[in-house]
Every structure is written in structure tokens, then in C-alpha cells.
Design a protein around this ligand. Structure first.
Ligand SMILES: *Cc1c(COP(=O)(O)O)cnc(C)c1O
Length: 382
């Protein structure tokens, strides 16, 4: 019986050697690797600027600090996302205004964005749900009309393109995550990409206390000034060295994800209990984070039985995401919550099962997973 984990970072000799070299050098922060990772990431995505951070959440926080948002300001946030997308808005005292998902992809329902805009709205944040890019032309058109900033949470979108432009470059800024189950990992880590030099400079300043000079730039060791109320949100050299090596393998990881996704899609065709979210159509190229099944009819009520049955059969699963963010207790208590206000997000939260397609797996594993899903559905049907 195989055991297929939902996610598993692929780290080997190249990462081990790179990390060992950083440790041997003794330069663990403020060194050359963070800059090398930024340059390589910018080159891969086609971004003019890349700035490393301690996490995607830190990256989003720094962006909202830079934008100067605070109490009284509103940011439109998808209801179906990781809590970090909304938390970053809360950190600066602004208010997340949630918008439901569209049924076809799970992405923010663009048609509902307009209704959520008020005189206090300052930005639209989007998440490329499970790697399927949002229609950024449509989002940008609304943003331009109302003078709003566009922030892309690209934590699941490394390798996702809309009209041949990488996710994160349609909006004003894109934020990425290198948490262990994402497309590449540095353990913990994040990156900002942008076309704006001013934004990149501000994030650089604010991620490191607001210091005017970094270690290598100081004429007199230890002498610096503080220009701003900055944070300590940097990425260390060990992480950055891992990132450089992981990025070299990204094209191979992405090809493997796509092949796995396609094999699994073919294997799951025609199941009456299952609806598959759409991915990669025409101008939309997904980064294939995972494959989400949305259970239909009676099967939805038996989701946990299906998950349990799959686990017995050696298939690891996950749920993206377990609740619409406005339904999480912190947000529900603060702003109130009615599931009926976010029916599509609630449906995905309550009836979906995420299956793995990561590069730790081969197309044969996908055939196995599809066969197990079919048998498990028969099993739970009883
Ligand atoms: C994982 C994730 C984050 C958080 O990333 P961290 O690097 O752990 O801070 C934010 N947004 C989305 C959509 C995510 O999936």
C-alpha cells in the first residue's frame, strides 16, 4: 500500500551544499544570497524588482504599511483564501471587505467587486486560488475606474501566467510564499515583486528596521541611521541560499505538476459526485497547486468519510480552505458573518477535497489516486 503525502518539499544535495556553504562562511544575514535570490526570482518572473521577506504574510504587511492604509480604509479581499490575505489588512487597522468566490474557479467573483466598492475603498486584493490566475485585466479595469491599488497574493501562484505575464505583475505588487508545501520552499520565506522602484525601495527599507545602510554599505562598521519605523522582516542567508537552488529546479517542478494534474483530471472524468474547478483555459496558465474536487449531491455530506477512506487507502488530502475567512471566529466576532452571504466560498469550504499533484509524485501515482477516489466514492455511497 503506497503512502502518498499531500505535500512534500523536494530538498537534496544542491540545497544541502548551499546551506552548508552559508554556515561555513559565517555570514548568516545581510549577505549576498538574499540579493542573488531576489535577482534570480525577478528574472524568472520577469519582474523589474524582487525583494525577499521573512514570509508572504510579512510581505503583504509591508505593502499595506507602505501604502499608508489605516483605520477608515477598506481593502476588498476574497472570502475564499488563506487568512493571511485578510490579516495583513487588519494589521494596519484597515478593514477587509470580503467578496464571494466564483463557482467556476474559486477565484474572487469579479462581478461582485464593484458592489463592494465604497468611498473608503483603497485597494483590491486578489488571490490566484490554487494557482489558477484571476482575470487581471478585468480587475485592473475596476481598479482604474475607482483609483484603487491592486495587491496580488501569489502564495500559490509561482509559475502562473495570465496572457503570458507572470502572476504578481498585473497588479501593483505580488507577494509570494516559500512555506514548505508551496511550489518552492525556504522553510519560511516570502518575496515581493513589483514594477515600482519606489515600492521595492520602501519594502527594502521597512523590512530591516528602517536602516539607511546595510552591513556591507557602512563606511564605519556599526554606524547607521534609522529613517523610518521599520520591522525585522528579512530573509536570512540560509533560507535565501535554499531558495536559489529551489528556483533552479522550478521549471522541472512545474512540468511535473502540470503532467500530474492532467493525468489526475483524465482519471477523474465522468464522476457524477464530483465537480472539478476549472484550471488553465486559453490565456490562463495555472501553477497547479493541487486538484480540488467539489463534492456534489449526497457526497458533499460525506466528505469526512471520503477523506478518511482515502487516508486508509494511502492517499493524503487537504482542504483549501476550511472556512470562508469571514466565517473564522476572529472575523465573525468582529464583523459578523452569514454563510448565505458567501455561498460559493462556503460550498468550497464545506464540500471540497484537495488532492496532491506535487513534484514528489509521478503520473502513476495520479492513476492510483484516481482509482482510489472512485473506489472510495463507491464505498461511502454504501
Ligand atoms: C500560504 C499562504 C499565505 C501565507 O504565506 P506565509 O509565507 O506562510 O506567510 C498567504 N496567502 C495564501 C493564499 C497562502 O496560500
Amino acid at each position: 500500500m503506497p503512502s502518498i503525502p499531500f505535500g512534500k518539499p523536494i530538498l537534496g544535495e544542491p540545497e544541502q551544499q548551499a546551506v552548508a556553504a552559508v554556515m561555513a562562511s559565517g555570514v548568516l544575514a545581510h549577505g549576498p544570497h538574499a540579493r542573488a535570490f531576489e535577482d534570480a526570482f525577478a528574472e524568472f518572473t520577469g519582474a523589474p524588482y524582487g525583494v525577499t521577506t521573512g514570509s508572504c504574510t510579512a510581505a503583504l504587511h509591508l505593502v499595506y504599511i507602505h501604502l499608508g492604509f489605516g483605520p477608515g480604509d477598506e481593502v476588498i479581499v476574497p472570502a475564499m483564501t488563506h487568512v493571511a490575505t485578510a490579516h495583513a489588512v487588519e494589521y494596519v487597522g484597515a478593514k477587509p471587505v470580503f467578496v464571494d468566490a466564483e463557482r467556476r474557479t474559486g477565484n474572487i467573483d469579479i462581478e461582485q467587486i464593484e458592489n463592494a466598492v465604497t468611498s473608503n475603498t483603497r485597494a483590491i486584493s486578489v488571490v490566484h486560488f490554487l494557482g489558477m490566475p484571476v482575470d487581471m485585466e478585468a480587475v485592473n479595469a475596476i481598479a482604474r475606474q475607482h483609483g484603487l491599488v491592486v495587491v496580488e497574493d501569489c502564495a500559490l501562484a509561482l509559475g502562473a501566467y495570465f496572457k503570458q505575464v507572470h502572476a504578481g505583475l498585473w497588479g501593483d505588487v505580488g507577494c509570494f510564499s516559500f512555506y514548505p508545501v508551496k511550489h518552492i520552499t525556504t522553510g519560511e520565506g516570502g518575496m515581493v515583486i513589483t514594477r515600482s522602484q519606489a515600492l521595492a525601495d520602501a519594502v527594502r527599507l521597512k523590512r530591516a528596521f528602517g536602516m539607511d545602510k546595510h552591513v556591507g554599505e557602512r563606511a564605519v562598521p556599526g554606524l547607521y541611521d534609522i529613517l523610518d519605523l521599520g520591522y525585522n522582516y528579512r530573509m536570512g542567508e540560509v533560507q535565501a541560499a535554499m531558495g536559489v537552488e529551489q528556483l533552479k529546479r522550478l521549471p522541472e517542478f512545474l512540468a511535473s505538476r502540470k503532467a500530474n494534474y492532467e493525468t489526475l483530471t483524465a482519471g477523474l472524468k465522468g464522476l457524477v459526485e464530483v465537480e472539478l474547478l476549472e484550471s488553465s483555459q486559453g490565456h490562463f496558465e495555472s501553477s497547479y497547486y493541487c486538484h480540488a474536487l467539489v463534492l456534489k449531491n449526497g457526497a458533499a455530506a460525506q466528505r469526512f468519510s471520503l477523506i478518511h477512506e482515502l487516508r486508509q487507502r494511502g492517499v493524503g488530502t487537504s482542504i483549501y480552505y476550511p472556512h470562508p475567512v469571514p466565517g473564522l471566529r476572529y472575523y465573525a466576532e468582529k464583523y459578523g458573518f452569514t454563510e448565505g452571504d458567501f455561498p460559493v466560498a462556503a460550498r468550497i469550504a464545506n464540500a471540497s477535497v484537495a488532492l496532491p499533484v506535487g513534484p514528489h509524485l509521478r503520473p502513476e501515482d495520479m492513476e492510483f489516486i484516481a482509482a482510489q477516489v472512485k473506489e472510495a466514492l463507491v464505498e461511502i455511497r454504501g
